[in-house]
Design a binder for this molecule. Structure first.
Ligand code: HMG
Ligand code: MG
Length: 306
């Protein structure tokens, strides 16, 4: 089996990880988390989202977080922008605080699209189109997150044809790369491979990433299945934080520490210092006053203490 020699992780902990937290996480803690992730060697970090604070109150300090981080050269900082209002808010910041990449986020399920962003799939594409154009005009890259590519909390199983359709629509408006997301973590390896194959009809392997939540404990198996197809971009969340407020019962993303442990164990380079990443996971878990969801994080932390 030929595995990619190098994998790039986007840590979505500060955004996907924290957006569902009930307790308000202070801006300074979010900024500290971003700093710890970049110190651990992460080259891509999803920092926050410019969404309605009524819908996702935890992300209301988006501008302060973006303005507060000390950037490290070579690191790409991304934010979610569901509409022009979100992009305009991000661009109202001083240029040095602009995101390097924005993320428009749609779904392969109509019901999830309605619950998450209050519009149908086709309406969402109409909304995203001017956002993509404006981002490109400002020199900002555009990623498209595709939710519910294997299962939906409202519609159940999702056919690969729906993923193919969404990928085609995203490509049509100028999205440069897409995330194939298992939002509620119900995917199993072959189903995830079908979803990735559907996205590959419109984006090449370098422009596809896997975004797997770990509700049923199969996110690492799904990561391995994606690696076997040559996928080398993945999203994960430090300490396995996360969940979507509009995907009830779904747990966090696969833990970044666990993915790094898997990859390094397979001889795949990530450029990430696992010890420092575990420290970052410990930092945010301590703040949230609960144990990390990362199995590798737990094991290595216990070994250190032992
Ligand atoms: P809407 O209510 O249909 O929008 O929400 P609207 O245009 O009618 O505006 C209503 C109000 O929201 C107005 O304020 C707007 O100004 C305000 P009011 O007049 O009532 O005071 N508003 C905004 N405020 C700040 N920033 C904005 C913005 N837009 C409107 N950008 C909207 C539509 C998309 C805004 C709303 O549904 C929303 O914010 N949804 C949040 C969805 C979200 O963040 N979900 C979680 C992230 S997605 C995810 O986790 C999945 C992912 O991880 C992949 C996976 O796992 O599947 C990416
Ligand atoms: Mg997610």
């Amino acid at each position: 089996m030929n595995y990619p020699p190098h994998v790039k992780l986007i840590d979505v902990g500060p955004r996907d990880g924290l957006q569902n937290e009930k307790q308000t996480v202070p801006t300074a803690v979010k900024i500290d988390l971003v700093h710890r992730l970049q110190a651990a060697g992460l080259k891509e970090i999803e920092v926050t989202s410019f969404v309605s604070p009524k819908w996702v109150p935890q992300m209301a300090d988006n501008a302060q977080v973006m303005a507060g981080i000390t950037r490290q050269p070579g690191v790409r900082y991304s934010v979610l922008t569901p509409n022009l209002k979100g992009l305009e808010a991000a661009l109202a910041l001083p240029r040095a605080a602009w995101p390097d990449e924005i993320v428009v986020f749609g779904a392969a399920s109509e019901a999830f699209s309605q619950k998450n962003i209050n519009c149908s799939i086709s309406e969402s594409i109409e909304r995203f189109a001017p956002v993509v154009l404006a981002a490109h005009a400002a020199g900002i890259a555009v990623r498209g997150a595709m939710s519910c590519t294997v299962g939906c909390p409202y519609e159940g199983e999702i056919a690969p044809e729906r993923v193919e359709m969404l990928a085609r629509l995203m490509k049509g408006i100028g999205v440069q790369r897409v995330d194939v997301a298992d939002t509620i973590g119900v995917g199993t390896p072959l189903k995830v491979q079908r979803a990735l194959e559907a996205a590959l009809k419109h984006f090449d392997i370098d422009h596809i990433s896997g975004h797997f939540h770990d509700t049923y404990g199969l996110a690492l198996a799904n990561t391995l299945a994606a690696l076997q197809m040559g996928v080398w971009n993945f999203q994960s969340s430090v300490a396995g934080l996360g969940g979507c407020p509009y995907a009830k019962g779904a747990t966090g993303n696969v833990a970044s520490e666990d993915v790094v442990y898997l990859l390094h164990g397979m001889g795949i380079d990530t450029g990430i210092d696992l010890d420092k990443l575990i420290d970052a996971g410990q930092f945010i878990s301590d703040f949230l006053q609960r144990p990390t969801n990362s199995r590798a994080g737990k094991a290595m932390f216990n070994k250190r203490c032992g």
